[in-house]
Design a protein around this ligand. Structure first.
Ligand SMILES: [Zn+2]
Length: 276
């Protein structure tokens, strides 16, 4: 697969944001990995055009997880490019298709009563934004054990933590990793994507450890873009940073859903406003 990083500049709740969706192309397929907030389609089209690519050839849209910055624009893309099939992990699919209520919305609602008055107007606005996300049918499941054969040597790497069914994409031939929100670039270093929004920090760090098992020459973060230097060292520093302060709790599998539904993850409200 050829890799084309799309840089799109958008605004989320009045704040400028730069996102890096990726187009993957081989002789048969043109697959977009994540697609920005609602209204991003013209930005995606323009970014693709800058690589000499028309989205008219789009055959697939792979959504790494159901945060609005990743799936907000999928419905409009599906309307415009009906041949493109939407893929996601089995865990994220019900949230993307609207069969399950967004975990972010559940958490925003759970948090509301605990907020100081001056944040409540903003929190109501956030809930409305989350409610307004257009659900879209998921046509196929992308998993560790399978993507469409025509996608070639692409591998799906489950990287839960940020959300339960979050996935990253690995292309062994070019040793390229699309991390999505498993890691982000901040001031030249790798970091967890907004720790206040990381639904299960222990799992998120376990996912970073998993990425360390891959040989990576190019790391593409949805927030921060391309990293080509010292990838392993940066991933190791990230693991080290969180390991001493957040040892895995002695929890059974039974505790996992609680870890995901706990509003305690939102201790740092100002971080909650940083986006998805
Ligand atoms: Zn996210």
């Amino acid at each position: 697969m050829e890799v084309f990083v799309l840089e799109i500049r958008c605004s989320y709740q009045g704040k400028d944001d730069v996102l890096y969706p990726v187009l993957l192309r081989n002789g048969k397929e043109l697959v977009l990995v994540d697609c920005g907030y609602a209204g991003s389609m013209p930005l995606l089209q323009a970014a693709a055009n800058r690589h000499g690519i028309s989205l008219d050839a789009l055959t697939g849209i792979l959504i790494t997880h159901h945060d609005i910055g990743h799936m907000g624009g999928v419905q409009e893309l599906k309307m415009a490019y009906s041949a493109a099939k939407v893929y996601a992990s089995a865990t994220e699919a019900p949230y993307i298709s609207g069969k399950e209520k967004s975990l972010r919305l559940q958490q925003a609602e759970a948090l509301y009563d605990t907020l100081p008055e001056d944040l409540k107007a903003w929190a109501r606005q956030l809930q409305e934004t989350l409610k307004a996300v257009q659900a879209v049918a998921v046509d196929g499941i992308a998993s560790e054990s399978g993507v469409p054969a025509s996608w070639g040597d692409m591998q799906i790497i489950p990287t839960p933590g940020h959300t339960p069914g979050h996935i990253s994409v690995y292309l062994p031939q070019s040793k390229t990793l699309l991390a999505a929100d498993a890691v982000v670039v901040e001031k030249g270093e790798l970091e967890l994507a907004n720790p206040a929004l990381t639904l299960n920090p222990e799992q998120a760090i376990a996912s970073v450890r998993r990425l360390l098992q891959l040989e990576v020459d190019q790391l593409i973060c949805y927030h921060g873009g391309m990293v080509e230097k010292d990838i392993r060292e940066k991933l190791e520093r990230l693991v080290e940073k969180y390991t001493p302060v957040q040892p895995p709790p002695a929890s059974s599998d039974k505790d996992q859903p609680d870890a995901y539904s706990s509003p305690a993850c939102y201790a740092h409200l100002k971080d909650f406003r940083e986006g998805f």
